[in-house]
Design a protein around this ligand. Structure first.
Ligand SMILES: [Fe+2]
Length: 155
């Protein structure tokens, strides 16, 4: 819980401790010996495409965290962002491992890639990037995935 006298960096430091304590490893978190069960209802290839977008998003978020390490002052912030970047790398690795078990991995959507690129080129206040990734891009993801599903279904 946030204490009123805490500085932002103290809040980041506490978040870093929690993130480090809760760090998980994909190879331990999942039983990779179990077979992949694909949906019979979804169009062929859709799951691979969705996984590719999720993995791409994790990688982009990790890159954002690494960038913000240099832009948000304070040791607590740096520690938290490093822990978060490592977490995003684990997420991306888990999606990549899952996709590899499904066979060929889908390609990142060009429009989604453009959104990440545009956000990453932001040169204003660094916290605007956090807002962009958490509110704008995350808010954009469900409609994009639905559009991808419709596009795939029409093939
Ligand atoms: Fe993630």
């Amino acid at each position: 819980m946030k204490r009123l006298q805490d500085s932002p960096d103290q809040v980041f430091a506490r978040l870093a401790l929690r993130a480090e304590a809760e760090a998980w490893q994909p190879e331990e978190a999942f039983d990779w010996s179990r077979p992949i069960v694909t949906s019979l209802l979804w169009p062929r290839g859709l799951e691979r495409r969705l996984l590719a977008q999720l993995r791409h998003g994790e990688a982009a978020t990790g890159a954002l965290c690494r960038r913000l390490c240099h832009e948000i002052p304070g040791q607590g912030a740096a520690r938290f962002l490093a822990a978060q970047a490592a977490d995003e790398a684990r997420h991306a690795a888990a999606y990549a491992a899952y996709a590899a078990r499904m066979g060929e991995e889908g390609a990142p959507d060009a429009d989604l890639d453009e959104i990440f690129r545009a956000a990453s080129s932001w040169s204003g206040h660094p916290l605007a990037l956090v807002l962009a990734f958490n509110v704008v891009i995350e808010g954009e993801a469900p409609p994009r995935l639905s559009a991808a599903a419709r596009l795939n279904a029409s093939r």
